[in-house]
Design a protein around this ligand. Structure first.
Ligand code: SIN
Length: 554
């Protein structure tokens, strides 16, 4: 068995204070803040966020938000492109909810104050990204869409004084009742004030909206807070996590040298949507002839084509050519990317942009039904932390902001039918554990080499064995670095388990020892759970054939 054994709960001091609220929302990006704004009509709401409110992935989203807003487009066309990108593993019911509710959800965002870029006639300006056959990506500030959405949502939350917000707070574990249902959270609040230190908050509902797992890898577009916390919390609370093997590597991340680590600058697909193209070191346009959409093929296809180029040429990157945009277009349409390239000494108006794939998005996550309910009563999930069934094996570009928005609204609509009863938390008697935070750089190296873009049985096996050794190293005192490291190892272990079991290549899961898609054996999803029968648990996998998944609420 390759997947390392991980702690069943985190080592932490006993809570020094308690509090009570109807709904705890963990995370403050588009999904978390939308959920909070809607749920405040139903009861008391507390948003807990690990850093400052705007520090998550939403803030960094460049390209935009996809929705069938143009008269030339339709939800049906958006559905089709999403299903094709998802490589046979999307849940069509979830995608239908996304594409039909998406346009109104975006209009509500505008109503709330988000300012999207418009044309001279006042209509929303729409662009294209990989895998889309229509112009349906709404953008803001040129290439600062996430920042504008986050600004509007934070402003709306500030106008709602009944929403409580605790920044700089890490949720340590979920509290559960004797029947396994959610009863609240334990958390650590850093800094000054009455709520300092470790506390317990009793709640009727917990909504996970804590983002992704990019920090599992050495190079990622994700911010430092993306340490897979929500997925690890859910696993430890007995929830089902699905499709973790499908980690999306964004094809065009600014290449800053071999030793570049941590969050790397994104060069949005919208740059290709506006006419930029990829070239190899000899200047050949290698995407032509590979797919009918060439440079705008779905993301997994472009990332693989780039990796093949890199392997064949022995180079560490390829190039993106957008010199023909000229100075004016670069300044108006892509000011963020222009500034970012120039800050690294590259002038995209005159030079080719060196790019390579880097970890970008987890298509899998905590399993939910169509209303965001996880397999643990009272626990909901939305945004990147969730697996709603929308993305399948590969997310369509710019569907992530939309998914966070639509499914947060769905959760609130579900809760409006009645909040769950209060539950009494039971004392957690499982043996706690902690991983040494100093192992994180090595964990990232191991995951990049063994469970990154290209995988194999032997590589995954070596990665699992190496992680097993890291977990054994003596850990220091409990604290945020150790809790985050333990969450990263937990998610890494589950990811390795799923990637090992899926013996095929599909979407963003690329096995060099099983290079083909195998619909006969692998047309279905992999569920991961943490068995509760030992001090340390190895994530177990269950294959769910696609036919059984035809209706997630069934
Ligand atoms: C991009 O702008 O290329 C990223 C958009 C996305 O991840 O959907």
């Amino acid at each position: 068995m390759t997947a390392p054994a991980v702690p069943q709960r985190l080592s932490a001091p006993e809570p020094g204070w308690t509090d009570t609220v109807d709904v705890v929302v963990i995370g403050s990006g588009i999904a978390g803040l939308t959920a909070a704004l809607k749920a405040r009509e139903l009861g008391t709401v507390l948003v807990v966020t690990k850093d400052v409110v705007a520090s998550g992935s939403t803030q960094w989203a460049q390209g935009g938000i996809a929705a069938a807003l143009s008269p030339e487009d339709s939800p049906e066309d958006h559905l089709h492109d999403t299903l094709v990108a998802g490589a046979g593993l999307c849940d069509p019911d979830a995608v239908r909810a996304l594409v039909t509710e998406g346009p109104d959800a975006v209009r509500d965002l505008i109503e709330l104050g988000a300012r999207f870029d418009t044309l001279a006639d006042g209509e929303i300006s729409l662009t294209r990204e990989g895998g889309h056959h229509r112009n349906r990506i709404a953008h803001a500030g040129g290439d600062a869409t996430g920042a504008e959405i986050e600004r509007a949502l934070v402003a709306a939350v500030k106008r709602a004084p009944d929403i409580r917000l605790i920044e700089h707070a890490l949720v340590i574990d979920l509290l559960t009742a004797a029947d396994g249902a959610i009863a609240g959270v334990t958390l650590h609040v850093m800094g000054e004030g009455q709520l300092d230190g470790i506390g317990a908050i009793r709640s009727r509902v917990v909504i996970l909206a804590s983002g992704g797992l990019g920090q599992l890898y050495a190079a990622t577009t994700n911010p430092s807070v993306s340490t897979g916390d929500g997925m690890a919390l859910a696993l430890r609370a007995g929830a089902k996590v699905r499709d973790l093997e499908f980690v999306q590597f964004h094809p065009t991340v600014l290449w800053l040298g071999k030793s570049a680590k941590g969050q790397q600058p994104l060069v949005s697909e919208a740059v290709r949507g506006e006419g930029a193209f990829l070239v190899d070191h000899e200047g050949n346009r290698f995407m032509q002839g590979q797919h009918e959409l060439a440079d705008l093929a779905p993301r997994d296809i472009v990332a693989k084509a780039i990796m093949r180029q890199m392997l064949a040429s022995g180079k560490d990157h390829v190039y993106l050519d957008a010199r023909h945009f000229g100075d004016e277009k670069w300044r108006v349409r892509f000011p963020t990317i222009l500034a970012s390239c120039r800050s690294h000494g590259i002038d995209p108006v005159r030079e080719l942009i060196p790019v390579a794939p880097a970890c970008h998005y987890s298509s899998g996550g905590v399993w939910t039904d169509l209303n965001g309910q996880t397999s643990v009563p009272g626990l909901y999930a939305c945004g990147e932390v969730a697996c709603t069934g929308v993305h399948g094996a590969n997310r369509l570009a710019s569907n992530s902001l939309l998914e966070g928005l639509v499914f947060a609204r769905r959760i609130a609509a579900q809760l409006a039918e009645g909040l769950p009863e209060w539950r009494e938390p039971v004392a957690d008697t499982r043996v706690p554990g902690l991983v040494d935070p100093d192992v994180v750089p090595e964990l990232q190296r191991i995951m990049t080499v063994g469970a990154g873009v290209i995988r194999s049985a032997s590589g995954l096996d070596e990665a699992g064995a190496a992680l097993d050794k890291l977990i054994e190293l003596p850990a220091g005192e409990p604290g945020t670095p150790g809790w985050e490291a333990t969450n990263l190892v937990t998610v890494a272990s589950a990811l390795i388990a799923a990637a090992t079991v899926r013996q095929e290549s599909r979407g963003s899961h690329w096995r060099e020892d099983y290079p083909d898609r195998d619909d006969e054996q692998w047309s279905g999803n992999l569920d991961l759970t943490l068995p509760a029968d030992s001090d340390r648990a190895r994530p177990g996998t269950t294959f769910v054939p696609q036919a059984e998944e035809s209706h997630r609420n069934g």
